[in-house]
Ligand binder design. Structure first.
Ligand code: PTJ
Length: 249
């Protein structure tokens, strides 16, 4: 990294996230449009006050319950996710015994290999996605490519920073879908069973936190958390938070 950003800079944390994405882009594993996607995320994060709002934390708790209830959970990762939270994803996958699979919007073999290597460099033992032998029905081209023993077989999928088509296609396969998306108006946010409207750098550690809190609870308690989750209501609450921030400023 070539950054000379002083720690005292008021936007230090935010600028460091940009640096990580820029570095991932220069290394070839973040797609150029990932930089644009991040900028959109930043704008929504401003409206949240760059913090985990209580509703988002409740979503992280529901996501943790869903992952703990899963028979075959999987965490789907893309370029931005690896650039921002590779280690945190590995930690979460260990906590809930989930597989990790690289699944890309802009798929090339080169990016797949770089991302799998990067995940292994920072501690992942196994990362799926390189040997695709199944297809998510209804998704055209390479976006639907996945592994039979990974996304295809899973019952609960965590798909941070996604595009709406894939989220819907996974739902159509009967899977429970958890997403992390700072844009509460996106198709993904509206389609998932549990949407965490928060920055992925805060959301993944919060899911791990809740997994540790809930891991000794009975499945009936976990089911209650999931059954009481109302995603549409939560998205409306988040929009209210964002609108109040605009009015305040
Ligand atoms: O690595 P690839 O090829 O799979 O491509 C990844 C991107 C992100 C480029 C691709 O999935 C894409 O184009 O995504 P979208 O459709 O732009 O959606 C990304 C969503 O994530 C947007 O709604 C953003 O607001 C949101 N977002 C961006 N950065 C963050 C975020 N949400 C949470 N945390 C972030 N840091």
């Amino acid at each position: 990294m070539t950054s000379n950003i002083p720690r005292s800079h008021p936007r230090y944390e935010s600028l460091m996230l940009r640096e990580r994405l820029a570095s991932g882009f220069h290394q070839g594993f973040v797609h150029e449009t990932g930089l644009i996607a991040h900028g959109r995320g930043e704008a929504f994060d401003y409206l949240l006050g760059e913090r985990t709002v209580p509703t988002a934390d409740k979503a992280a708790k529901a996501a943790a319950a869903l992952l703990l209830l899963a028979d075959y959970p999987i965490i789907s990762v893309n370029g931005n996710v690896v650039a921002l939270v590779a280690e945190e994803i590995i930690e979460l996958s260990n906590c809930v015994s989930a597989q990790m699979e690289v699944n890309l919007f802009h798929r090339t073999e080169e990016r797949m290999n770089l991302l799998i290597s990067r995940m292994k460099e920072v501690g992942a033992k196994e990362v799926l996605g390189g040997n695709t032998d199944a297809h998510i029905p209804g998704l055209s081209h390479d976006r639907g490519r996945c592994e039979q023993n990974g996304i295809f077989k899973s019952d609960v999928v965590l798909v941070p920073l996604e595009d709406g088509d894939r989220c819907q296609a996974l739902r159509n396969m009967g899977k429970k879908v958890i997403t992390i998306d700072l844009n509460p108006l996106s198709r993904t946010a509206k389609t998932a069973h549990v949407t965490i409207v928060d920055n992925v750098v805060r959301a993944i550690p919060r899911i791990s936190f809740w997994v540790n809190q809930l891991k000794n609870d009975s499945s009936s308690i976990l089911k209650q958390i999931v059954d009481h989750w109302d995603n549409e209501k939560m998205l409306n609450e988040i929009l209210r938070v964002m609108c109040s921030q605009v009015q305040k400023d």
